[in-house]
Design a protein around this ligand. Structure first.
Ligand code: GTP
Ligand code: MG
Length: 448
C-alpha cells in the first residue's frame, strides 16, 4: 500500500460533476502540481474546498473544485485528493491520464475501500456494505445496507464471538483445573450454551429474506397462451413492455421488468404461454417459461376467469403445484365463469386473486399482494451469502464441540471451538487471507 492510486470515482457518462480521486503518499504533491487555485495560497488546508483550474503546463484542462484530505481523516485514512470536474468523459479521462503520468497507478476495483479496511477504518462486513449500498435498488435494500455499514452485522458477530470466547475460557478452566471443575459439570453448563449459540447463528441465516433484499422478489407470470400474462406485465409496469395480441402464442421469449413498490424490488418475468407445440421456436420459449417458473420465488399462474378450465390449465396446475404458486383469475372484467372455489379445491395451499389488467382496483390489490410477499419485516443481522456461509460453519463447529464434550473428550472440544471462532472472524475480517479480500473487492466498482 505504499504506492499512490487514482481513479474516476463517478459513474461513466455525462453528469453534473465527475470526480477524479487520488489516494496515497503522493496524493498531495500530485494534486498541488496540477491544481491552480483561483486565489493563490501558500499551502492547501486539509478539508477545504478550493475553486480553481486543472492545468497541464500552460493549458487549462478544466475549471473545477479541488479538495485535499490529509491522513488519517479521509476515506482510506491515507492522504486523499479529489478534483471535482465538469461531468464529461473527455475531461475526466484527460485529468486521470495527467495524474497517472506522475507515477500514480490506476486503482483496482474497490481498492480505495480495501485500503480503508486494511487501515482499520471499516471491518470487512462494513466494507462489503459500501457496495451493497451503492447497488441497492429500492428503499428496503438501502436500509439493510446502511444498517450493515453502520456495523449491524459486525455487532451481531462480535457479540457471538465474545460468547464463544467465554465458552473457550470455560473449557480452558476445566482442562487447567480438573480438581475444581469436573468434566460433567463443565458439560452440563457449557454444552447447552454451545447449542444456544449455534441456534442463534443459524437463526440469523435467513437466506430467503436476504435474497429478497439483494435481488428482489422474483415473480414469473405463467399460464397457457392468451390468458393475459403480457397484459398483466404491462399493467403492473405501467408501460407497453410486452407485445399483446389476441393470437395465442404471441410471447415467445422471456420479457422482464422491475417494479419498485413501497421501496421493495420486484422482478417480473412474463413467459411464453405453456402448451405442447410443434413450432420449434415456441417450444424453446415454453422451456424457458418452465425454467423461469422453477427459479421464481412466486409463480403467478394465470387462469382465464371468463372461460372454463381447459385440459392445458389442469395440466399446468398439476405441473406447477409443487412450486410457490398464487393463482390469478384473469380478465375479471368479463362475465366470470371460473370461480375461486373451484381453484381452491384443486390447489388448497395457493392464494387466489381475481385480476383484470383493465381495472385499476384489482391491479392495486395485486400490487398489495406482491408487496406483502416482497417485504422483509425485520432488520436482518446477516444479509450476505458469504457471511451466512461462515456463520453456518461456526454453528456446525459449535454443534461438533457440544458432541465432543458430551463424549467426554474435553480437550478435543477446543479444536472445534477454535474452528467456530475462526469462521466468525472471517465475517468481520479479523482473520482473512489475501485471496478472500481479492474475491470480496473484485465485485466492487473501480473508483470506490
Ligand atoms: N377483457 C380483458 N381482456 C384481456 C385482459 N388481459 C388480456 N386480455 C386480452 O387477451 C388477449 C391475450 O392477451 P395477452 O396479454 O397477449 O395474453 P398472453 O397470456 O400474454 O398470451 P401469450 O403471449 O400468447 O401466451 C388480448 O386480446 C388481450 O387484449 C383483461 O384483463 N381483460
Ligand atoms: Mg404474452
Amino acid at each position: 500500500m505504499s504506492d499512490t492510486i487514482a481513479a474516476i470515482a463517478t459513474a461513466p457518462g455525462e453528469g453534473g460533476i465527475a470526480i477524479v480521486r487520488i489516494s496515497g503518499p503522493d496524493a498531495e504533491s500530485v494534486f498541488s502540481s496540477l491544481f491552480v487555485p483561483a486565489k493563490a495560497v501558500p499551502k492547501f488546508h486539509s478539508h477545504h474546498l478550493y475553486y480553481g483550474h486543472v492545468m497541464d503546463g500552460e493549458e487549462v484542462i478544466d475549471e473545477c473544485m479541488g479538495v485535499l484530505m490529509r491522513a488519517p481523516h479521509s476515506y482510506t485514512r491515507e492522504d486523499v485528493a479529489e478534483f471535482q470536474l465538469h461531468g464529461g468523459y473527455a475531461i475526466a479521462h484527460r485529468v486521470l491520464a495527467l495524474v497517472l503520468s506522475r507515477s500514480v497507478r490506476l486503482a483496482d476495483a474497490g481498492e480505495f475501500t480495501r485500503r480503508a479496511f486494511l487501515n482499520g477504518r471499516l471491518d470487512l462486513s462494513q466494507a462489503e456494505a459500501v457496495m451493497e449500498l451503492i447497488s441497492a435498488r429500492g428503499e428496503q435494500a438501502r436500509r439493510a445496507a446502511i444498517h450493515q455499514l453502520s456495523g449491524g452485522a459486525s455487532a451481531f458477530i462480535r457479540e457471538a464471538s465474545d460468547d464463544l470466547y467465554a465458552l473457550q475460557a470455560g473449557i480452558a478452566a476445566c482442562i487447567d483445573y480438573p480438581e475444581e471443575i469436573s468434566e460433567e459439570e463443565a458439560a452440563s453448563d457449557l454444552g447447552p450454551r454451545m447449542v444456544a449459540l449455534a441456534e442463534r447463528l443459524e437463526a440469523a441465516c435467513n437466506e430467503k429474506a436476504a435474497r429478497l433484499l439483494r435481488t428482489g422478489l422474483q415473480v414469473a407470470l405463467c399460464g397457457r397462451p392468451n390468458v393475459g400474462k403480457s397484459s398483466l406485465l404491462n399493467a403492473l409496469l405501467g408501460e407497453d413492455r410486452a407485445i399483446v395480441t389476441d393470437l395465442p402464442g404471441t410471447t415467445r421469449d422471456l420479457v422482464e421488468g422491475d417494479l419498485i413498490l413501497d421501496g421493495c424490488l420486484i422482478h417480473l418475468t412474463d413467459t411464453a404461454g405453456m402448451r405442447d407445440t410443434p413450432d420449434p421456436v415456441e417450444s424453446v420459449g415454453v422451456e424457458r417459461a418452465r425454467r423461469a417458473a422453477r427459479n421464481a420465488d412466486l409463480v403467478l399462474l394465470l387462469l382465464d376467469a371468463s372461460s372454463p378450465l381447459t385440459e392445458e390449465d389442469l395440466a399446468l396446475i398439476r405441473e406447477l403445484s409443487t412450486l410457490p404458486v398464487a393463482v390469478c383469475l384473469s380478465k375479471s372484467d368479463l362475465p366470470q365463469v371460473l370461480l375461486p372455489d373451484e381453484i381452491r379445491a384443486l390447489l388448497p395451499k395457493a392464494d387466489v386473486l381475481t385480476v383484470s389488467s383493465l381495472e385499476s382496483a384489482s391491479m392495486s390489490a395485486l400490487r398489495e399482494y406482491l408487496l406483502s410477499r416482497a417485504r422483509v419485516s425485520d432488520l436482518l443481522s446477516l444479509t450476505q451469502p458469504r457471511h451466512m456461509d461462515a456463520a453456518r460453519r461456526a454453528a456446525a463447529a459449535l454443534r461438533d464441540a457440544e458432541q465432543t464434550l458430551s463424549s467426554a473428550e474435553i480437550d478435543l472440544c477446543t479444536l472445534d471451538l477454535d474452528r467456530a471462532q475462526s469462521a466468525l472472524s472471517e465475517i468481520t475480517g479479523d482473520n482473512v487471507e489475501e485471496k478472500l479480500l481479492d474475491r470480496v473487492f473484485s465485485t466492487f466498482c473501480v473508483g470506490k
